[in-house]
Design a protein around this ligand. Structure first.
Ligand SMILES: [Zn+2]
Ligand SMILES: [Zn+2]
Length: 347
């Protein structure tokens, strides 16, 4: 089969690899019908993910059809359409039982990082019973595609933010995770959603698809002044930082009102400074995290019921044959590329 491999040093190459086989009774093999390129893939290529293993097939966001299951997988059968969780987890260890699946003692972010991922024709999924969710009939692959990674990350950010009905929630970064965080903030009852981004096209997309009510471009106006203006001078009730830019952590705490919760779901490539001496008395709550994506079934229900729709984020696509071009387009955000969808290899 064809698969995109990341070599040591960050060079990526589409090459031939054997079709994966069941290695443990808890495994499943999935034929990938759609996958994506994610910013985390770029972090691996840039060498910013210490746990990443060289010569691994990249990719961790996908949907597909189960072709084979191990003996211990009782809830799935060949032929089932599934959405995959980017975090594979055992479901039984202390962390899993408490919902902290990102820190599963036996799993975590493995796919496309430490073991072969989904930018390929087939992928082996460990702990398939807990890490794969059946896609409801009537929900398309495209509609379900982002469930296990960026939609889960947006949902996680909104969960961390402890949103109360009517709250004003500011989301930094109107990229894929930011847009999902905005949509999920509404699910949790946010009354007003403010999007902040320096990319006008992304802000426009957020407004057009009603992810956000207000758009603020910190390159054009002072972000703190603008948020204060929209919040009666108090600041945002909750802030979700989904950008991971040079100054975005600073913006995050500065636009929060006193006693707000600041959820940091961005992945930084450089060390960050938290100037506690400057925020003394503001009494902020910071929560950080790599997604505890334990809610795929809940998200699939919301998607099937039309309460969430992430299809507008899928701006570009091409077959696996063209994935290198996809990486280039996605990395430099050319032609407004928000998300690159990888369709099956064409022979
Ligand atoms: Zn990702
Ligand atoms: Zn576990």
């Amino acid at each position: 089969m064809k698969a995109l491999v990341c070599h040591a040093g960050g060079k990526i190459e589409l090459m031939d690899r054997p079709v994966p086989k069941i290695q443990a009774p808890t495994d499943a093999i999935v034929q990938v019908t759609l996958s994506t390129i994610c910013t985390s893939d770029l972090h691996i290529i840039h060498g910013a993910v210490p746990r990443a293993v060289p010569e691994t097939v990249l990719g961790h966001e996908f949907v597909g059809v189960v072709t084979q299951v191990g003996d211990a997988v009782k809830n799935l059968r060949p032929g089932d359409r599934v959405a995959a969780n980017c975090v594979t987890f055992c479901g039984e260890c202390w962390f899993c039982r408490h919902g902290y699946v990102n820190n599963c003692e036996h799993g975590g972010w493995e796919l496309g990082c430490r073991i072969d991922g989904c930018q390929a024709e087939y992928v082996r999924v460990p702990y398939a019973s807990t890490s794969l969710s059946r896609i409801p009939d009537g929900l398309s692959d495209r509609a379900a595609l982002l469930t296990g990674d960026i939609l889960s990350s947006g949902y996680f950010g909104a969960q961390l933010c402890n949103i109360h009905p009517g709250d004003t929630v500011a989301v930094i970064g109107a990229g894929p995770v930011g847009l999902c965080a905005m949509a999920c903030a509404r699910l949790f009852g946010a009354g007003k959603v403010i999007a902040l981004d320096i990319n006008p096209a992304r802000l426009q997309l957020a407004l057009e698809h009603r992810a956000a009510d207000i758009a603020i471009n910190p390159a054009r106006e002072d972000a703190v002044d603008a948020v204060l203006r929209e919040t009666g001078g108090r600041g945002a009730d909750g802030v979700i930082e989904a950008a991971g830019g040079e100054n975005t952590l600073q913006t995050a705490w500065q636009i929060a009102r006193p006693n707000a919760c600041v959820a940091l779901v961005a992945m930084y490539e450089k060390p960050q400074l938290l100037p506690l001496e400057r925020m003394y008395g503001k009494n902020l709550i910071f929560k950080t995290g790599g997604v505890d994506s334990a809610y795929c079934d809940v998200l699939l229900e919301h998607l099937a019921a039309g309460r969430l729709d992430t299809r507008f984020i899928l701006t570009h696509q091409g077959p696996l044959n063209e994935i290198i071009r996809g990486y280039e387009t996605f990395a430099d955000k050319s032609n407004g590329c928000m998300k690159w969808v990888v369709t099956p290899y064409e022979r």
